[in-house]
Write a protein that binds this ligand. Structure first.
Ligand code: KG4
Ligand code: ZN
Length: 347
């Protein structure tokens, strides 16, 4: 089954064509990110304006890259939420229009289910369930126990900021551009990660939840206590230490989740933060003897339409007709709806 999917939940406009959930024929991503480098975050109104401009060219490009025409597309898919309302509406409106014009069925996909499925893109080997998936991005940080592609139990979630948000807000405090994750990774590359101590959040609490706001506050006070409150002379060491603190917390949660669920067959790490080299190295060395998967390409870690096409495929294969249920475009969508859609009314 060949699916053309759109993803416009934040500042990206992406269109992709994917066959049977894994074979990526095209994955075009246009980002308005550079417009927000100085603002420290996305300005929703501006992001949506840019998406209105580029959604049609991006769809054309995805069709061209795949050398595909309408007849070869079986189904359309789009992110139905969560995300920025204006941005989501650009993608869902375009997808609804194309579905009606081309007489194709349409599947609405929860953004987080897209991230959870991203490890299947271009992946030859069938996964073995159950799986523990750590999903860490700018909008969420969740720990999942997954019984199948579309069924799972949410084991823990962030009580405050998401991991990517901790990178973004930390970068703003350090005078680095948005998005903070790549900027912090670059700046701290040759720094000493042991130079500044940071706490390990929730370490002594029996939970699989995350909490990042304390790290951000610790960074703020560390900067305040530097001579003249100037982080520039120690920027590499401080960013490396802050990056390590975020990775330590993620790894601490993952270690606890794996220990609590000895039956799992694989460990997956997905979402924008899974692009982080330090995190990848730490996860590999902590669980070297287990089956570990990250998205195979960095383009599948951050927001992209290929993962939405993949999730749509698995919704059809596991839910049948229910996958095509009508949906609303919804800025805040409960996490319980990510993978347990069967008995719920359409959202
Ligand atoms: O998944 P994503 O593209 O969008 C959301 O669903 O939120 O994730 C974006 C987040 C941003 O907060 C960004 O700072 C973070 O992922 N990120 C990274 C890296 N690349 C992107 N964080 C750490 N290291 C990276 N290399
Ligand atoms: Zn995302």
């Amino acid at each position: 089954m060949r699916i053309l999917a759109l993803e416009t939940s934040c500042d990206e406009t992406s269109a992709a064509i994917v066959e049977d959930g894994t074979a990526v024929f095209s994955n075009v991503i246009a980002s308005s990110r550079s417009a927000f480098e100085r603002s420290g975050g996305v300005i929703p109104e501006e992001a949506a304006r840019k998406q209105v401009e580029c959604v049609v060219p991006v769809i054309h490009q995805a069709l061209d890259d795949a050398a595909a025409d309408l007849r070869s597309i079986h189904t359309l898919a789009t992110t139905r939420g969560p995300g920025l309302t204006g941005s989501l509406l650009v993608g869902t409106t375009a997808a609804r229009a194309l579905a009606s014009l081309w007489h194709k069925p349409l599947i609405g996909v929860h953004h987080t289910l897209g991230h959870l499925t991203s490890t299947w893109l271009e992946c030859a080997e069938e996964p073995a369930f159950p799986i523990i998936t750590l999903s860490a991005s700018g909008g969420h940080s969740d720990m999942w126990y997954r019984m199948s592609h579309t069924r799972g139990i949410l084991l823990g979630r962030s009580r405050d900021d998401a991991a990517g948000e901790a990178f973004d807000k930390g970068a703003a405090l350090l005078g680095l551009p948005y998005p903070g994750g790549p900027a912090i990774e670059r700046t701290g590359k040759h720094g000493n990660p042991a130079a500044f101590p940071f706490p390990l959040p929730l370490h002594n609490t029996d939970t699989l939840d995350f909490s990042f706001s304390g790290l951000k506050t610790a960074l703020k006070y560390t900067i305040r206590d530097l001579p003249h409150g100037d982080s520039k002379p120690v920027l590499a060491d401080l960013t490396a230490s802050y990056e390590l603190a975020i990775c330590n917390h993620l790894l601490d949660r993952l270690t606890r989740a794996v220990a609590k669920h000895p039956d799992i067959q694989e460990i997956h790490v997905v979402g924008g933060v899974s692009a982080n080299t330090r995190l990848r190295t730490m996860v590999q060395s902590a669980f070297g003897n287990r089956k570990i998967r990250f998205p195979v390409s960095l383009a599948y870690c951050t927001d992209n339409a290929a993962m939405i096409a993949s999730a749509a495929f698995f919704l059809t294969s596991e839910l049948g007709e229910d996958a095509y249920a009508p949906f609303l475009t919804t800025a805040s969508l409960p996490l319980t709806d990510v993978v347990q859609r069967r008995k719920e009314p359409p959202i």
